[in-house]
Design a protein around this ligand. Structure first.
Ligand code: DAH
Length: 340
């Protein structure tokens, strides 16, 4: 029995000093000193001993018990301290460490150029008008002299919500909203998203952006239109920027023109970017059709006006020498980060 007690003490000593955490120490306590513990098991055998041996063994057993208790208490204290130190370490805050900088983001190239165009026009006394992207057929087509069966509608197929409501194909719809609510003199631009059911390629997207312009007053002529657009292009692309007006047809202007800017990629020679034209079509323009003025309650014998609609993507692509429109919509930060 003496040997058994000795053995227990030795084993316990090793186990206690190698216990790695408070939980395993607690398990040990139960295993050694608990009701079903090793020491208790030995004490239960006391009855078999002689009357002389009993007190001696009893004393020894009590000594072992108190030694184990002391060891457990001591180890508990060590482990508790270690756990606390570990927690303090983990929760420590280095107030001298450099701060984490959240990524700031930046303006999209489309927004950068839109803001620039806005500024140029604000400088010329224009104001900015807004209009709905989900639009009535009336504003997008009919009021712009495109009645239901007009063939020009075919080139601007779009997404229909109902027969009468659609996603606007052009910001020209805003012209009508403005003229319904404002009497001349009118000088507005209206930037925004437009939609067409076009397939995606290097120069087409079903969603793109236009900036509409409208000026209505007494005595407005095509010379005002040309001067305004020339100034815009020179501000955007530099004093030496060349533009070209080509006769064209739009139902809501008469006469109408398409305005081209010399291709940035080939400088007029012809390349993939400009489809061998040497020039890139940037916008449509013209003198507001009398029917459109009259439809909005403006007397076309007193007032005249010009309008234009430019494709923002094309301007951005020319400005930054971007050859594929898809890059503007993929939101790849490696691409977008290059522009400020
Ligand atoms: N809305 C036309 C388009 O999307 C562009 C346009 C042409 C706008 C002539 C105008 C204009 O204001 O006068 O193709």
């Amino acid at each position: 029995m003496k040997e058994q007690l000795k053995a227990i003490e030795e084993r316990a000593q090793a186990a206690i000093s190698s216990a790695a955490d408070l939980r395993s120490l607690d398990d040990l306590r139960v295993k050694l000193l608990g009701k079903k513990g090793e020491l208790t098991a030995i004490l239960k055998q006391m009855g078999k001993l002689s009357a002389e041996e009993r007190p001696v063994m009893g004393q020894m057993a009590n000594q072992v018990r108190s030694t184990l208790e002391d060891m457990l208490t001591e180890r508990t204290e060590i482990l508790r301290q270690a756990a606390q130190n570990a927690r303090i370490q983990a929760e420590s805050l280095d107030v001298t460490a450099p701060g984490k900088k959240p990524p700031m983001g930046r303006l999209h190239p489309l927004q950068i150029v839109e803001d620039e165009v806005r500024e140029i026009f604000l400088g010329m006394g224009f104001s900015v008008a807004d209009g709905p992207e989900v639009e009535y057929d009336y504003y997008n087509f009919e009021a712009l002299n495109l009645p239901p069966d007009h063939p020009a509608r075919d080139t601007q197929d779009t997404f229909y919500i109902t027969d009468k409501i659609l996603l606007r194909t052009q910001t020209s719809s805003v012209q009508v909203h403005v003229m319904e609510h404002q009497k001349p003199p009118i000088r507005v631009i209206s930037p925004g998203r437009v939609y067409r059911s076009d397939a995606v390629d290097a120069t087409h997207s079903p969603l793109f952006h236009q900036i509409e312009g409208l000026v209505v007053d007494k005595g407005i002529t095509m010379a005002d239109l040309k001067g305004t657009l020339e100034l815009l292009m020179q501000r955007l692309y530099g004093e030496d920027c060349k533009i070209r007006l080509r006769p064209h047809h739009f139902p809501f202007t008469e006469p109408s023109a398409e305005v081209d800017v010399m291709c940035f990629a080939c400088h007029g020679k012809g390349c993939r970017m400009c489809k061998n034209e040497g020039y890139i079509e940037l916008l449509g323009a013209g003198m507001v059709h009398p029917k459109v003025l009259e439809g909005c309650g403006i007397d076309s014998s007193v007032y005249s006006g010009f309008a234009f609609g430019l494709g923002l993507e094309r301007i951005v692509m020319r400005r930054y020498q971007i050859s594929d429109m898809r890059l503007l919509f993929e939101n790849d930060m490696r691409f977008l980060e290059q522009y400020r």
